[in-house]
Design a protein around this ligand. Sequence first.
Ligand code: GAR
Length: 197
Amino acid sequence: MKNVVILISGRGSNMQAIVDAQISGAQIAAVISNRPDAAGLAWAAARGIATAVVDHKAFSSREGFDQALADCIDSYQPDLVVLAGFMRILTPEFTRHYEGRMLNIHPSLLPAFPGLHTHERAIAEGCKVAGCTVHFVTAELDHGPIVAQGVVNVADDEDADSLAAKVLKIEHQLYPQAVADFVAGRLQIRGNRVVMV
Ligand code: GAR
């Protein structure tokens, strides 16, 4: 069994999709949030999954928070750390510690539109397609070797909310599959490219 620790900051619908997928060989060791009020925590706890909070507001420095977060994560001996709507910028020390064993999902077709407000920006640029990206986490925000991408069409009358809903639907397919591929040992990082072996 591979231990998977999932980090959330809010609703946790991607976390739910991963839990509900019942990925063979994966055990969800814990769901951890930086926000005590994250709705996903109650959902996970109701399913008997261990939950924890490391509140970023209790720390005066990013380094202090990341160290406490890493201590909490590591107490569950993770083989894989999954960022699922975890809205924090991470220190290089933290990302280095989990190099090759931490995934993130981002709601754009990276390297386009890293950061916030991805759907508004894609519409403003007149993009005909948009989507989401699962990638290994590196020190650079929303970069790192790409594991998988999902694509949706942008309709002429699309707004940010409708596009977000469309993209979220494919996030819920893409992310559990990427986690399953990692857990099964199918992902190999070669430079900046991830190949399926
Ligand atoms: C998802 O759309 C995810 O891609 C995005 O936040 C949402 C979280 O929803 N993540 C980022 O923007 C990270 N840069 P969820 O809590 O329901 O999974």
